[in-house]
Write a protein that binds this ligand. Structure first.
Ligand code: PLP
Length: 412
């Protein structure tokens, strides 16, 4: 899709607006699938917390993807989108036993990440197969906010607790059908990932009835030109080889599973916002847009970088801008960024806005969440309407005249 297509969408649906390019999602899905051509059974389970619009879920389903979910509501969304329960895996962290039982009743696969719930679930439902989430204690990527495999992480069952885990399995007679790890976002070093996979294979040998090994996700996507990204093709080649030789040793053709979120949808997304004000101070030129961290929180939440283009003036001279929002709190999207000259009313495009952008949006400052548009087969399709004032008020209870002044009792 071209910049003009994007401008047209902003005109038709208003701004700010999220736009997703279906073609990019499809090509990323195919790229990941092809990287693992050497594996007989591959299953990609799209991690729907990245972008959970039902139309996007339907697109994933049509591609043959499964669904990775982290809440009972995501499970319900997946079912609503048409996923078969057996193609949904529930991979929560820190949820109640009741929520896991609810998901299990719906027929989805269960992944448990702590010994306490494993023991309780196994005692009550020894016949329901369960996947276990292992923490291999490796650091993939550099930012401790987004690395979840290391020693202090709250995720997964530590490999040091395998003996305890095996005792629970033996006592409850439960059936472990899968082993899972998710080392967190942004795998830069393939060798670290392969090292973690070795630990997973070692662990897997303890279980005789496995159907699959799930390597989670954390594939890094490029955020700017010449940015490093996970070399999926190289990872595919090396991991497939290790996986195939493990299956031989194990004596069974297992399924190799992944649960990519960002890899499939990040680059497909654009966020379009209009510049309300250009403000020149003594040191900086601010471009204030009609949005804020209520719509796109990643830069403020964990310092993510989103490339910004002025699609209203793509040929303009480049100047330095700080792009900020309209929230009454610091909400900086970018500091001192070179962007084609900006005038008030221009439309800015934020790239990599497919993953963890709309799904993290809020109503802070009582603003509406933006609409979402899917670009599919050369056509713009509205897949979520902009909120209205009714969305802001609908759950608030009308307390009538709770604070009306009471009439003074008349003294007799
Ligand atoms: C969030 C999450 C993912 C997806 O991670 P990405 O970095 O978006 O690919 C996969 N698995 C689990 C368990 C997750 O919580």
């Amino acid at each position: 899709m071209t910049q003009n297509d994007l401008l047209q969408i902003a005109k038709t649906y208003g701004d700010p607006v999220y736009v997703y390019d279906a073609e990019k999602i499809i090509s990323q899905f195919n790229r990941l699938t092809n990287a693992f051509n050497d594996v007989k059974k591959l299953k990609l389970n799209y991690a729907c917390k990245a972008l959970s619009n039902i139309t996007i879920l339907k697109l994933m389903n049509s591609l043959g993807s499964g669904l990775d979910t982290v809440s009972i509501q995501e499970v319900q969304l997946g079912l609503l989108a048409g996923f078969k329960p057996e193609n949904i895996i529930f991979t929560p962290n820190g949820v109640s036993l009741e929520e896991i039982e609810e998901a299990s009743k719906l027929g989805v696969r269960i992944n448990i990440d702590n010994l306490s719930v494993l023991e309780q679930f196994g005692s009550k439902h020894p016949n329901v197969p369960v996947c276990i989430r292992i923490n291999p204690h490796v650091m993939a990527g550099g930012n401790s906010n987004i690395s979840v495999g290391h020693i202090d992480s709250k995720f997964g069952i530590s490999i040091h607790q395998i003996p305890h885990l095996l005792r629970i399995v033996e006592l409850t007679k439960m059936n472990i059908n899968g082993i899972h790890m998710h080392t967190g976002s942004d795998i830069l070093d393939i060798d670290v990932f392969l090292y973690a996979s070795e630990i997973l294979f070692e662990t897997a040998k303890n279980f005789k009835n496995l159907d699959f090994i799930d390597f989670g996700s954390g594939f890094k996507v490029p955020y700017k030109e010449a940015d490093i990204e996970t070399n999926i093709e190289e990872l595919g080649k090396k991991l497939s080889e290790k996986f195939n030789s493990f299956c031989k040793e194990y004596g069974k053709e297992l399924t190799l599973a992944f649960e990519p979120g960002k890899f499939l949808v990040s680059e497909a997304g654009s966020f379009l916002a209009k510049v309300n004000v250009v403000k020149q101070t003594t040191s900086t030129v601010f471009a204030s847009i009609d949005s804020g961290f209520n719509h796109l929180i990643r830069p403020m939440l964990y310092g993510s970088y989103h490339q910004i283009e002025n699609i209203s003036n793509p040929e303009g001279r480049e100047r330095y801008y700080s792009v900020v929002g309209y929230i009454c709190e610091t909400d900086t999207f970018a500091s001192n960024r070179r962007i084609n000259e900006i005038s008030e009313g221009d439309i800015l495009r934020f790239k990599n806005a497919g993953a963890y952008c709309f799904t993290m949006a809020s109503n802070y400052n009582s603003r509406f969440r933006p609409p979402e548009v899917l670009w599919y087969n050369g056509e713009a399709i509205l897949i979520r309407e902009r909120e209205t004032f009714d969305d802001i008020t609908k759950n608030q209870v009308d307390t009538k005249n709770l604070f009306a002044k009471k009439e003074k009792a008349v003294a007799k």
